[in-house]
Write a protein that binds this ligand. Structure first.
Ligand code: PAF
Length: 275
């Protein structure tokens, strides 16, 4: 595996093979292993799997966990090596952003709701860094997890509206044994919070298969289950159309239940398609 830290070096990679990118912020875990596995499946034995690790300051809203976000660099490098990654792009902040940067990528519709409402500026940061990674690494395809359902929809919109010639591959959410979605932020949870966080998957299972039910009924059910965990503090629970991300009135095949819930200071998100 070759480790690349500069944009110039990344640009100089001759692109003769199918290249599949897995963009990450590091602190790699088994969900990332699955993204890398899918990337390899897509690239084939002769293709190139590129992982980027960059904790992107632009997508952390003020007062959030940018400083304390885990950065286990050596462990991550070994993880990529063992996962059969060909190139690891691991730039620092000054390599990625000029001090006087003044151009950003703003998605102005899907970003206004859900995570975008709770985390102003977050998707501007995501869209900007993803567009930069696409330009720097020139992949044919890029792999994203369905846990970040809204991010996935927005990245697809960026690709469509800015005409990136890149296939976006969605990978189903990878879960721990008790159903909690794998996330680098799970490690912030203390033992009791971690135990109670299993209620999130219980809520998803409770509403799974709900069809022809009113949004009110589905949301009430999800909230009721989540509230069984005394430490859970709901940020939002919503039923939305999977394309527009606008609130849906009835549960059905094109709807997704999405939520963000705090356990202590840790904010966890998850979702399930209904119908
Ligand atoms: O999902 C993530 O880890 C990040 O938002 C991404 C896509 C790597 C951009 O920083």
């Amino acid at each position: 595996m070759r480790i690349i830290t500069t944009v110039a070096e990344a640009r100089s990679l001759v692109r003769s093979k199918l290249r599949v990118l897995v963009p990450t912020m590091g602190a790699l875990h088994k969900a990332h292993a699955e993204l890398i596995r899918v990337a390899r499946e897509h690239a084939g034995r002769n293709g190139e799997v590129v992982v980027s690790i960059f904790v992107n300051p632009l997508q952390f809203e003020p007062g959030s966990d940018y400083e304390r976000y885990p950065r286990p660099e050596e462990v991550d490098e070994e993880f990529c090596q063992n996962a059969g990654v060909d190139f690891l792009f691991h730039p620092n902040v000054t390599e990625m952003y000029a001090d006087d940067r003044s151009v950003f990528v703003d998605e102005s519709s899907l970003s206004n709701t859900l995570e975008g409402k709770s985390r102003p500026g977050h998707f501007r940061g995501v869209c900007t860094v993803v567009a930069k990674l696409f330009n720097i690494l020139a992949p044919d395809a890029a792999v994203f997890g369905e846990k970040d359902f809204q991010q996935l929809a927005i990245v697809r919109r960026v690709v469509r509206d800015l005409n990136f010639k890149i296939d976006i591959i969605a990978v189903p959410t990878v879960r721990e044994e008790d159903g909690l979605a794998c996330s680098s932020r799970n490690q912030y949870l203390n033992l009791e919070e971690r135990k109670q966080a299993a209620v999130l998957h219980k809520a998803l299972r409770a509403v799974a298969g709900a069809s022809e039910k009113s949004a009110g009924d589905v949301l009430a059910l999800a909230r009721k289950v989540i509230k069984q965990a005394p430490l859970a503090r709901i940020d939002y629970v919503e039923l939305v159309d999977s394309e527009t991300l606008q609130p849906a009135e009835m549960a059905g095949p094109n709807t997704v239940l999405v939520f963000a819930v705090f356990f202590g200071k840790t904010r966890l998100i998850d979702n399930i398609r209904l119908g």
